[in-house]
Design a protein around this ligand. Structure first.
Ligand code: BGC
Length: 472
């Protein structure tokens, strides 16, 4: 029997895709839905509309697709505005519907991970201020308690909040998302409320479900200094301690420390994580630049090599460096000493030219981290199907799906990356054959010992078996 080299992930590793309610369900009357109605807020003034019609029932066929790709887990989110359309009024139909979705995942052999907040809010929340309102943490806790009471028999794997720093930055500093606030201290207040909300949710979940596995999803950016000048390193540190680490350290220490602001003590948040999610997409170059006073003279840009590489990504998307996933995992583990899940990783790529290589290099990087004994336990690809990409709407340049969606007909077509992901999940890793089939240019980089594989196959009579180079 020929055994080719394989980068094997540990037994029990979770493989899945990630989605968010508003991006796939359609018809959510939440703060994003209101925001989308204003001209200029979304690409070509599009609205989420029916999205991928999950609420109408298409989640069933899409869960079949995920199961067919050998996914053994799936990350979805529940929409607060559906479950609690008015303060304290629970929508029984929506609760039952989500419960049915979780059961549908389980019936297909997929462990559900449920995100409780993924960028959207009920219309009534905080009136027009959203998370600036100091009542929100308690209200979020009440909502979470309801969800766990109703769905706890189908799920015990909870992700409280998706990317709090992205939320605070885009919604309250840049103001490009609802409620469109542009104020640094407002963002800090939102962050403190999110830390409090996470803590309340964590304690509520544990009270109802002591065995629950509770974490949150952190957005990680790989940062490099612009040039070698020492003050650019300082800029990198400042951005890193805000974007990458402020939230997780607040949950480790019970103190929220944001550069340039007074620390906020939130003792009830200390130690409220069972695991941590990493969502790594991009790398940026960071440096001091006197032309940018509004961002405290710190400027962030696509790295020069990424520009020179000629790899086409949408405007404002940073550089792609999939092998830096290892660094993210290592860094987060050293700070937090917790089990890690990659809760999102993906690339905007409508033609599927970049995605296969990107996915392969990312999985290799995750495998490398597992081989350093960093406790990385699962990987969720962003995303299963093309969907509503927030301010970018349905702009095809922002198609992240393993499946392409035609939003006129709702037809789904697998991209080659779906076949690749199926093979990765089935193998619980990455074999030389998989790499050779989907990204042959990476074969010798990934598996130097397999160098002769392709040539041997091409040479007449040269079909010698590849060496066994399994690494466990
Ligand atoms: C978010 C997703 C988003 C994805 C791609 C992540 O930051 O959690 O909602 O679609 O990035 O931009």
């Amino acid at each position: 029997m020929t055994v080719t080299a394989i980068h094997q992930l540990p037994r029990g590793f979770l493989w899945g895709c990630a989605t968010a309610a508003h991006q796939v369900e359609g018809g959510n009357a939440n703060d994003w839905w209101r925001w989308e109605k204003t001209i200029g807020h979304v690409f070509q003034n599009q609205q989420s509309g029916d999205a991928c019609e999950w609420w109408r029932g298409r989640y069933i066929e899409d869960f079949d697709r995920a199961a067919d790709m050998h996914n053994n887990a799936q990350r979805i989110s529940v929409e607060w505005s559906r479950i609690e359309p008015e303060p304290g009024r629970w929508d029984v139909y929506s609760l039952a519907r989500y419960k049915a979705m979780l059961k549908a995942l389980r019936d297909r052999g997929m462990e559900p991970m449920v995100t409780l907040h993924h960028f959207t809010n009920p219309l009534w929340l905080g009136n027009d201020d959203g998370w600036l309102d100091d009542r929100v943490p308690e209200q979020f806790g009440r909502f979470v308690r309801k969800v766990v009471e109703v769905m706890g028999d189908q799920c015990s794997f909870w992700c409280t909040i998706n990317e709090p720093l992205v939320y605070a930055t885009l919604h309250y500093i840049f103001g490009t998302r609802p409620p469109g606030v542009k104020n640094r201290s407002a963002a800090n207040r939102v962050l403190a409320n999110m830390v409090r909300a996470h803590a309340i949710a964590y304690h509520a979940i544990k009270e109802l479900q002591p065995h629950a596995h509770v974490g949150f999803a952190n957005h990680n950016v790989n940062l490099k200094p612009t040039g070698g000048l020492p003050f650019n390193q300082i800029a990198v540190k400042a951005v890193d301690s805000f974007l990458n680490t402020a939230f997780m350290l607040a949950l480790r220490d019970g103190v929220l420390r944001v550069p340039g602001a007074r620390s906020v003590s939130i003792p009830q948040a200390k130690g409220t994580l069972d695991w941590i999610g990493i969502q790594y997409y991009q790398e940026y170059e960071v440096g001091f630049d006197l032309r940018h006073p509004t961002s405290l003279f710190i400027h962030q840009q696509k790295p020069a090599e990424a520009v020179a590489s000629g790899v086409v990504t949408p405007p404002n998307w940073g550089g792609l460096n999939p092998s830096a996933m290892f660094r993210q995992i290592e860094k987060v583990y050293k700070l937090m000493k917790l089990p890690i899940y990659v809760t999102e990783s993906g690339v905007p790529d409508p033609t599927d030219t970049i995605r296969r290589g990107y996915l392969i290099e990312t999985v290799r990087s995750v495998w490398k981290a597992a081989n350093f004994n960093y406790p990385v336990k699962g990987f969720f690809h962003w995303t299963l199907i093309d969907n509503f990409e927030w301010s970018e709407g349905y702009d095809p340049r922002f198609n992240f799906g393993l499946y392409k969606v035609d939003f006129q007909t709702q037809e789904r077509t697998p991209r080659q990356s779906a076949d690749l992901y199926r093979e990765i999940c089935r193998a619980n890793g990455l074999s030389a054959e998989i790499v050779e089939k989907y990204a042959p240019h990476l074969l010798t980089k990934m598996f130097p010992g397999e160098q002769g594989l392709s040539e041997a196959k091409l040479k007449p009579g040269g079909n010698k078996p590849a060496l066994e180079t399994n690494i466990h």
